[in-house]
Design a protein around this ligand. Structure first.
Ligand SMILES: [Zn+2]
Ligand SMILES: [Zn+2]
Length: 330
């Protein structure tokens, strides 16, 4: 059975188009009186679509029974198939306005964003020969997206109702500027998207479209969620889990440690983001030069998120030099 708690079905879909055997992009189907609510959608690939279709058949639900789709954020794994499901079902699509604003530049007309990414990588000290691969690392992914604009724009504090569930919309910026979680206070269930994951530390980056000081905003949003009474977290990846507070504390602790690591890297000299990123040990103990281009880009932009947070908090000075930004401990 795919039912994870009464009325909520959990479907595991392929994690990425390149690695279709790696599952654990999670979507949730929630029972209603006049149709089902689907939270997130998976990539728009045949294997993802067929996996979703098989899950629906086993659950006794057809595409036509889906009446609402909530997209936690428009990253391709969560949003890719939303347009296709809408076409099949006539469901409404709901998301935060800030996510809607990302759709065109990421999935329809990409040139402007590539140019901005290019400039941002250079300003963070990335050498030109590495920059091109990092900039272009996600080009081509747009073919796995069936873009669709929202019918409903959700805001913090709105409610999304389906059957016996009344979810409160939580705006949780950081991982993406318009990231949303859904919280059901009576059932004590949180659908956390990529805001809180059980194993991976969600990627928080400064990039051309990020919110100001995304890591600071992210940690503030984690602290808000920490106040809630939660018994079950249904995340966007990996397995559902119960102890939300412990996981939130661990994620915050990770970021505090990383801030310290960066301060140590800046102890004796000023450095740019790229130079600092090269000194940090990344996931699974990987050194920066061994990361694939996309992960290098994430590493640089994640490092920059830490630098922006510490700059905002008054711990660092920013020193522009020949078009590259350098940082110095205060
Ligand atoms: Zn994401
Ligand atoms: Zn994700």
């Amino acid at each position: 059975m795919t039912q994870v708690t009464d009325g909520i079905h959990w479907f595991k879909l392929p994690m990425s188009p390149e690695e279709p055997d790696r599952d654990h992009l999670n979507v949730y189907l929630i029972r209603g009186d006049k149709g089902y609510l689907l939270v997130d959608s998976g990539w728009n690939t045949d294997i993802s679509f067929n996996t979703m279709h098989n899950h629906l058949i086993k659950t006794g639900v057809s595409f036509g029974d889906i009446s609402q789709i909530v997209v936690t954020h428009v990253h391709p794994d969560h949003y890719g198939m939303a347009g296709r499901i809408k076409q099949l079902s006539g469901a409404t699509i709901a998301m935060h306005r800030r996510e809607e604003e990302l759709i065109e530049s990421r999935y329809i007309h990409l040139d402007g964003l590539l140019h901005e990414t290019d400039r941002m990588l250079v300003a963070n000290g990335v050498p030109y020969d590495e920059m091109v691969a990092m900039r272009d690392a996600t080009v081509g992914m747009e073919k796995y997206i069936s873009p669709a604009y929202p019918d409903i724009r959700l805001r913090d504090g709105d409610t999304v109702t389906t059957g016996e569930f009344t979810f409160r919309v939580l705006w949780t910026p950081g991982h993406s500027s318009g990231h949303l979680c859904l919280y059901e206070p009576d059932k004590k269930v949180l659908l956390s998207g990529d805001h809180i994951l059980p194993k991976i530390t969600p990627n928080i980056s400064v990039h051309p479209q990020s919110i100001e000081n995304p890591l600071g905003r992210y940690i503030d949003a984690l602290k808000e969620v920490r106040k809630l009474d939660i018994e079950l977290v249904l995340p966007g990846h990996d397995e559902p889990f119960t102890d939300a507070r412990r996981r939130i504390d661990a994620i915050i602790e990770h970021h505090i440690q990383r801030n310290l690591e960066i301060l140590i890297a800046l102890q004796h000299e000023t450095k740019n983001t790229y130079q600092i990123a090269r000194e940090i040990t990344w996931a699974n103990g990987t050194e920066f030069p061994d990361l694939p281009a996309f992960h290098k880009r994430m590493a640089v932009f994640e490092t920059r998120a830490h630098l922006d947070m510490m700059t905002t908090e008054g711990n660092l000075d920013v020193l522009p030099r020949k078009g590259v930004i350098y940082y110095r401990q205060r």
